[in-house]
Design a protein around this ligand. Sequence first.
Ligand code: RIB
Length: 304
Amino acid sequence: MLVVLGSINADLVFRVESLPRPGETVSCASFAFHHGGKGANQACAAARAGAVVRFVGCVGEDAWGPVLRRGLEEAGVDTSLLATSPRPSGTAVIAVDETGENAILVASGANLDVSADQLDRAGLGKGTTLLCQNEIPLATTRAGLARGRALGARTILNFAPAVAGALAVLDEVDVLVVNHGEATRLLDRDLPPEAAVRALASHTRTCVLTLGRDGALAVGPEGAWHVPALPVEPVDTTGAGDTFTGVLAAGLDLGLPWTEALARAAVAAGIVCERLGARSGQPTSEEVAARRAELPPVLPLALS
Ligand code: RIB
């Protein structure tokens, strides 16, 4: 079983010709609502990949709350530990340009009220996995990871969005998933990808560094690999990292070999970029299997 402790948002997505620069107003005809939030996106990606998933988070006592809860349930995620708070539900305003690139503003709202105590009834223990991100208060994430660790669960942290000065959180983490920018914030220095993944792997157990269209690097006691990206024409890259992380976590929780878990994560992340919305485009395990042959081989990484 996979427990996701994290955020859930209503995403208001604006398709624009180009992303606004400071001081600029950019117009488009309309916007669309999509289900979002890094934690909830990862939970749904994992459920679609075949894992049994329980989401632990918080929505507002507003009109969005039941809508967001339903979005998780429709993806097959257990919401019995989704709490409510008097703050408004988390909301993100997302601009997506013609190349699929995005800019995101998040009002955290109810996500600020998530508590590690909600994990008490989550069923964490040996043979289970706890997955966290950085969209709820760092102290809560850290307390949750420590609790998961103490109970014998595998702990995974997607360090997104990055916050500076948080290297100590890695003490409680078995698998760290970061992109290159997040790695730079975490390490407080800009290293080339191979050096960054190696440096971070020495602070945790295994580090997976995602590199967009250049794929991902993974380094840990199990081995070191370069995972290529699925060749795609991106429509919207929002949530690609969430899909990657959720599918990877599902694969590890289900006991897949590392190379297969990484490959499925890369295929799923590629597919979600072909569709609008962080979550609505997430593929099922059948869709991932159907596109698996398009992924170039996962190769061992010779670390210099
Ligand atoms: O990673 C994408 C997510 O970031 C969006 O769904 C948005 O809600 C923000 O949390």
